[in-house]
Design a protein around this ligand. Sequence first.
Ligand SMILES: C[S@@+](CC[C@H](N)C(=O)[O-])C[C@H]1O[C@@H](n2cnc3c(N)ncnc32)[C@H](O)[C@@H]1O
Length: 290
Amino acid sequence: MPEEPWTILKLLNWTTDYFKKNKVAEPRPSAEVLLAHLLSKDRLFLYLNYDRPMVKEELAEFRSLVKRRLEGEPNQYITGMQEFWSLPFRVSPDVLIPRPETEVLLETVLEFLGSPDPEVRILDLGTGSGAIAVALARELGVIKIVATDWSMAAVKLARENARLNQIDSKIHFVCADMFSAFSSSSAKFAVVATNPPYVSHAEFSNLSPEIRDYEPRNALDGGPDGLAVIRRIIKEAPAVLSHKGGLIMEMGADQAESVLQLARDSQLYESYRIIKDYSGLDRILLAVKK
Ligand SMILES: C[S@@+](CC[C@H](N)C(=O)[O-])C[C@H]1O[C@@H](n2cnc3c(N)ncnc32)[C@H](O)[C@@H]1O
């Protein structure tokens, strides 16, 4: 009797069970994302083609993707893609995979700006994949956006994502440490939007291997207490902000008290408050420059 062929459904069922046994997170969606990626289709194609037989070469290639996932590599690095703000982003191990919490930062920026003057400028500090700058450029049209990162590889990928989302002419990309690209005479920003590295060393060693061993350490490591970069941002951002400009910064859920204290001690802001994320955790600082 000839062996029954491996169809899409049979392969998905087998892989889901295998992932479950090996404690891979979200086994069914993971299997679907990998198979859709292999076939260069979306997941809907899989549901509509459950009986499609798989050929030998596809099975061999799929086996190698499953192995990478089993070793802990995030799906996003295997497929090279992540959705953020309903937009497609290319990702690689050079950049953090954009997280849903960061969409709250976007919402805070949009609310803070209201309907902005077209001359207004925004700085995305530590742009990584370009998620914040690209999503803001898509939302705000004519506004000028500058996106910086000290990683050249990140800047290159962010630029690629701006092209992918057809807004590359609206974002100026700069490779630089912190605010070093701007002098006291540079034009000022109405908003500094930033999702800095904020994981403490103690937390870093407890991160899941999927994050710790695959995502770039310089996107996560906020120094011994997690506040090293945040401290610099709170102190240095006012020099590049316009009068009553907003520093809108993501942080760790347990950092609100320290972050508010830093803003208060700096005496550089007229107001500062914390905004919660979708899980009700403290997540965003909104500080308005004096
Ligand atoms: C947490 S990731 C955020 C990436 C992206 N903005 C996002 O939200 O998905 C932090 C980013 O800040 C960059 N970064 C860290 N320290 C920096 C510094 N001193 N100057 C410029 N960029 C820095 C890292 O390279 C990384 O891309």
